[in-house]
Design a binder for this molecule. Structure first.
Ligand code: HEM
Length: 436
């Protein structure tokens, strides 16, 4: 229908894989600038439709969501996560989402505030004035502590280095696996990448099964996420051990990696903007001694929002059409893959003034008339992130607590994003701690 979707020239078989792999978000940005709101690129043998305009993003995630399932990249995450909320489809997804949703209701999430305050104090107690740290590593540690204490009622801090290392290894080859037609096979074969991935999965399994077994012995209802996984419906039916493992692994990983990245980028951006940092510290000085989930902190919230605009932890995600579907006026066949990128859309000058600049004050202005999907760090529609309210509360509370106690003096060099499954700071964020 209409004119064909434009896109860059590509090599036979290889497609645009090399340009894409070098710097995926940067390449998508270039394609957007050159070819407009919908563009075709080729990753190996597969055609990908890049969709950049908020209206078409809404079409895919909300209005026509029934015509789509998760894309191959997300399905491949299932090799690690199994069949949990992130990867399930259809009725099974609806059923699990309904079961798990109560663990993320506002009342319950507010109760997690206590764990957040305690985890921040515990981490602070380990730090000394003048110490050199990698902010990213510590935010991973902090977010893992918070997620495991509040959702699993478990202390896994001692395992944090192992979790971090296993995640690094599991994610290292992900982009290669996704862009390889034999991807899923690659991780089953005795290749370097295959071995690395399997040993990482085994390590994470050991930790997650450990948490599950602990709880099974205990048998009390803790009213948390893990208790919900163990619950039975009116017919006495519950999840199987494999389903419990998959849901637990999904929340265990999705619940800390993303938030840790958003926190790291927030601290990095703040260190680069001393004038805003001064205003933020004034806000924190005026805030009550105990930060509660609903303490008003407009500048802290603006910092977290702006960090997720510039460095959205989930920088791109995809969908595959399960029937012919019209998007942006183009009729596309069943089996078409669409890639949406918060990173690119969040920097579109049509929807953002000075899009590449850190301007947290934009979040204090009236956004009436702007399209909803110019900003979608948590996705949208029925598959919107279940942990979004938790992430907002955690982000605001952690930043408020930590920035009140510490100044993070980040070393001079610019930190670049590295796009794996999530957008991580390449080489970490080296900083010197100054106690306030
Ligand atoms: C800043 C932090 C976070 C970001 C940026 C983020 C981002 C996202 C995005 C973009 C999606 C949608 C993916 C898609 O539509 O294909 C998603 C889904 C999901 N997220 Fe998050 N997330 C964050 C924190 C969390 C937390 C704290 C949890 C759990 C404790 C969590 C659990 C999940 C789950 C289970 C899904 C799948 C939901 C479904 O399909 O029904 N996330 N997240």
């Amino acid at each position: 229908m209409g004119h064909p979707i434009p896109g860059p020239r590509s090599l036979p078989f290889i497609g645009n894989t090399f340009e894409f792999r070098k710097n995926p978000p940067g390449y998508m940005n270039e394609v957007h600038n050159e070819y407009g709101d919908m563009a075709v690129i080729r990753a190996g043998w597969r055609k990908l439709i890049l969709v950049f305009h908020p209206d078409q993003i809404r079409e895919i995630l909300v209005e026509k969501h029934k015509s789509f399932r998760k894309s191959r990249g997300l399905r491949l995450l299932g090799l690690l996560l199994g069949e949990g909320l992130l990867t399930l489809e259809g009725d099974a997804h609806r059923k699990h989402r309904k079961l798990i949703q109560p663990a993320f209701q506002k009342r319950r999430i507010d109760a997690y505030g206590v764990y957040i305050r305690k985890a921040c104090n515990d981490v602070s107690a380990k730090w000394t004035d003048g110490q050199q740290i990698d902010v990213h590593r510590w935010m991973m540690y902090l977010a893992l502590t918070i997620a495991s204490r509040s959702l699993f009622n478990a202390d896994v801090e001692d395992d944090a280095p192992e979790v971090g290392e296993a995640l690094d290894r599991a994610m290292q080859d992900f982009n290669r696996v996704v862009s390889n037609p034999l991807g899923p096979l690659l991780v089953r074969l005795p290749t370097v990448a295959g071995r690395r991935f399997r040993s990482a999965r085994k390590q994470l399994d050991r930790i997650v099964y450990g948490i599950i077994e602990e709880r099974r012995k205990d048998n009390r209802d803790h009213g948390d996420f893990l208790s919900i996984l163990f619950s039975k419906d009116e017919n006495g039916m519950g999840l199987s051990p494999k389903q419990i493992r998959d849901e637990a692994m999904t929340i265990f990983l999705a619940g800390h990696e993303t938030t840790a990245n958003a926190l790291s980028w927030s601290i990095y951006l703040l260190s680069r903007n001393p004038a805003f940092a001064e205003r933020l510290r004034n806000e924190l000085r005026a805030a009550p001694a105990t930060i509660e989930p609903d303490t008003e902190l407009p500048l802290t919230t603006a910092l977290f929002s702006e960090a997720m605009r510039l460095y959205p932890p989930v920088w791109a995600f995809g969908r595959e059409s399960i029937e012919p579907v019209e998007v942006g006026g183009h009729l596309l066949p069943r089996g078409t893959t669409f890639l949406l990128s918060p990173y690119v859309t969040h920097r579109d000058p049509r929807f953002w003034d000075a899009p590449n600049e850190f301007r947290p004050d934009r979040w204090l202005e009236d956004a009436a008339g702007q399209p909803r999907f110019r900003y979608f760090p948590f996705g949208g529609g029925p598959r919107i992130c279940i942990g979004e309210p938790f992430a907002w509360m955690e982000g605001r509370m952690v930043l408020a607590q930590m920035l009140r106690m510490w100044d993070f003096q980040v070393d001079g060099a610019t930190v670049r994003p590295k796009a794996l499954v999530t957008l991580r700071p390449e080489g970490g964020i080296p900083a010197r701690l100054v106690r306030l």
